[in-house]
Ligand binder design. Structure first.
Ligand code: 5AD
Ligand code: SF4
Length: 483
């Protein structure tokens, strides 16, 4: 897989803080190279990512810093530098990281030069740092979400020190986005448009670990898209916890204050960008203007991820979602009407406090009415510090499990039915790579995000090609390149 550096050219970097970090990378490079000479071998680094696309994008930057400092990338955690970029949305992600950390400590026993770092959302949780300090003393570096841009500086400090370095900020109003990134895919990239969340859904820890909403200026976003396009990127995904409240944090007299819909239009105008996705909109802010812009713009992917969370209005009220079963159905209906070829996917939480059988049946009713093309179903996870964690009517585990299974069945049936509707069509597919299980096939994604596998040569990777959809296999298709 090709790997590209973005913004590594100093002349292109305008942000003073980013330039400072590039200096730190140079310093780290000297240290890495001295250690290489001493050990008589190359040094390796491994970045392990948990959680959402925003974390994945952050990890591309962490990896770029490590590579530019001279480390060779490896998938194995038996490396000279291992960094865990953590997620704290659900408790099982926390537990998985801690399990992995325990195992990695065994590698460190064999390799005294090894450095272990941990960063991201989990580190912003109350008590998390203390836990690492107490039970995982072999960790060398801990930092959070607000100062991730300082990684090069922290790397330097850690390479000089035998003590645990901890740097966690409570908040920041700073946006530093001009840093180098090693993209996983040369032809597609995430682009952060905003950070943080103001919604405070009562189950969710994100507003506490990612801070308040901060939008990047449209100029910076477009400049990044232009550079990506010049570097061969064909598809961008605009990223934010709540993308359609983009710009609302700008004051009214700020010329940068434009709506998310307008921003989408500007991104579509960037030459070379052929497909634009976005993640995640909130149903409460989904405007008609946005629907119209999508309808008018064939570059915008025919996929809307519209988190439902629950289909019962009382549960939605207690979740602080600010919409009802009826208003969600109305919005979904409008989307289906205005954008008949769009896939609607969703997130659903099962087992929120107070969820009755009747409430679950409401969720099932919404699934059947909207006919979601796909849905991620999560078991409610109690996050300390969030309002819902102290709600008294927590649902017993067995009941949650039963409801979860019931819901999953409906979700799967609906998704299969929806996917089957595409049979016989010819769709434009962005070819992502060689199929992992059958090397004679390529794998790509349609505009509506459905996967398709079809025979073809590696030279098509990164290209947008027409593929006819021959056989539906549940959630994906087998197809044939249309010459
Ligand atoms: N428990 C379970 N799922 C959660 N999500 C967010 N917080 C929790 C929680 N405490 C889910 C929501 C969100 C997705 C990213 O994660 O469905 O949309
Ligand atoms: Fe969490 Fe709600 Fe914000 Fe999404 S909108 S990040 S679920 S608080």
């Amino acid at each position: 897989m090709g790997i590209n550096i973005l913004n590594s050219n100093k002349a292109e970097i305008q942000d003073g803080e980013s330039l400072k970090q590039l200096e730190y990378i140079e310093q780290a490079k000297d240290k890495v190279s001295a250690l290489e000479k001493e050990l008589g071998r190359k040094l390796t680094a491994c970045v392990v990512t948990f959680g959402c696309q925003m974390n994945a994008r952050d990890s591309e930057k962490l990896l770029a810093t490590l590579k530019l400092a001279g480390y060779e990338e490896t998938e194995s955690e038996d490396a000279d530098f291992v960094i865990y970029n953590t997620c704290s949305v659900r408790d099982n992600a926390d537990q998985r990281v801690l399990g992995r950390l325990g195992q990695t400590s065994n590698f460190k026993k064999k390799n005294p030069n090894m450095k272990i770092a941990i960063c991201g959302c989990m580190m912003q949780e109350a008590g998390a740092v203390e836990k690492i300090q107490k039970s995982y003393r072999f960790v060398d570096l801990i930092f959070g979400t607000h100062n991730i841009y300082k990684f090069a500086e922290l790397l330097n400090t850690v390479l000089d020190s035998d003590r645990m370095i901890i740097d966690i900020w409570k908040e920041t109003d700073k946006i530093v986005e001009d840093l180098p990134a090693f993209r996983k895919y040369p032809f597609k990239s995430g682009v952060n448009i905003m950070f943080g969340c103001n919604n405070f859904c009562t189950y969710c820890i994100v507003p506490y670990v990612r801070g308040r909403e901060r939008s990047r200026s449209p100029k910076d976003i477009i400049r990044e898209c232009e550079k990506l396009a010049a570097d061969g990127v064909k598809e961008v995904m605009l990223l934010g916890q709540n993308v359609n409240s983009y710009g609302l944090d700008f004051s009214d007299d700020n010329p940068d204050k434009i709506s998310f819909a307008k921003l989408l239009e500007l991104v579509c105008e960037v030459e070379g960008i052929e497909r634009v996705r976005f993640m995640t909109p909130h149903p409460k802010d989904f405007s008609d203007e946005l629907l119209d812009v999508i309808a008018k713009n064939p570059k915008i992917a025919r996929h809307i991820h519209l988190p439902l969370q629950a289909g019962n209005s009382e549960i939605l009220r207690r979740m602080n979602r600010k919409y009802t079963k009826e208003s969600y159905l109305e919005l979904a209906g409008k989307i289906r009407e205005k954008l008949p070829d769009v896939a609607i996917t969703t997130d659903i939480i099962v087992g929120f406090p107070g969820e009755t059988k009747e409430a679950v049946l409401d969720t099932i009713d919404v699934i059947k009415k909207v006919k979601f093309d796909n849905a991620f179903t999560f078991i409610y996870s109690k996050r300390p510090g969030t309002p819902a964690a102290s709600f008294e009517d927590q649902v017993p585990e067995e009941v949650v499990k039963e409801n979860f299974d019931m819901l999953l069945k409906v979700v799967q049936e609906t998704a299969k039915e929806q996917t089957a509707k595409l049979q016989g069509r010819t769709e434009t597919v962005l070819v992502e790579g060689v199929n992992e299980h059958d090397k004679s096939l390529l794998t790509g994604r349609m505009s509506n995000n459905t996967l398709v596998h079809f025979p073809g040569g590696e030279e098509l990777i990164g290209e947008l090609v027409p593929v006819s959809l021959l056989e539906c296999h549940g959630f994906y298709y087998l197809g044939k390149l249309v010459k």
